[in-house]
Design a binder for this molecule. Sequence first.
Ligand code: GLY
Length: 369
Amino acid sequence: METIAKIWEKLDEKLSVTAVKSFDKIPYTSFNGVHDNKAETDICWWTNGFWPGLMLLMYNGTGKDVYLNCARNGQKLLDGAFKNRDGLHHDVGFMWHISSGADYRLTGDSTARTRALFAADMLMGRYMLKGGFIRAWNDENNTDRTGWTIIDCMMNIPLLYWASEELKVSNYREVAIAHADMTLRDHIRPDGSVNHICVHNTATGELLETLGGQGVGVGSCWSRGQAWAIYGFIQSYTHTKDVKYLDAAKKCANYFIASLNGEFVPVSDFRAPKEPVIYDTTAGVIAACGMIEISKVLDENEGRLYLDTAIKIIKETDERFCNWSEDEDTIVQMGSESYHSEKGQLPIIYGDYYLAEAVSLLMGFDRTN
Ligand code: GLY
């Protein structure tokens, strides 16, 4: 654990500087080492909660005001997204659960609570009553996407579990459970690998087809989707104590571990051709968070595989793919938006967020989400 404490120290050293440099921004990636700013270019972008969320993880672990101030400013900037309702979709969970939701849970701030509850209500509005699922994206380029679900949504529904507990209203939780059950049925394949996108009949919920999404293609296994499944299902287990979600998290984690193939940093798609090698460091750190949480609810013998793998992923990500220079703004390099992305390998804000979350969990700090 000495190495993990050292990584936490490095996170604090670098991020306490970056929190000042990027105070007025909501970063997504960087250009020439400098954070970009989605607050100026695309306030509704799905990743815009990660920067304030990262600041809150650091505040939680250090108590330093520099982080809370930056997180508060990030949330104010993010309020701009509420003015463009049509620009938002199911990722309001990602956007507000780990930012304002975390702020409220850590500090009791009532404005933060209101923001997170507004987001929960928006997510509820996407539930297809007859189909029994939360629709993912809005229509685009004349494509009707009403019946589309994506595996990533398992990470949005924790907002609903929280809202249910906060308001003492069961509807939110029931919707979350219905969506998790659909995901288990349609997205998780018998071998534990994951379909990224499923298309459903909206009147019956019947699965019509699966799409390749951000992986190589139909039937492939996009590693970040696999990671969302691991972390999403273990959170559904934590909130419901329904053992089928724990079993799903383990099954998806087992597939992920078996696919690592000797390296503890995943490629972007586990069923991709051998060449070119496209890494996705973000998938590794997300999966590590899920595996840490799985290990916590199992006895030591059974949990060891998951905890050891998570630690190996974090250490290898640190050794091979982290930039600790305070002259440049991002930390985790070599993320991938999608297998076919023309942007190639790049640092992405959720790589830094989930690295910090994994290390924070290993340090024994309380969860913020
Ligand atoms: N939620 C979209 C992604 O993981 O890229």
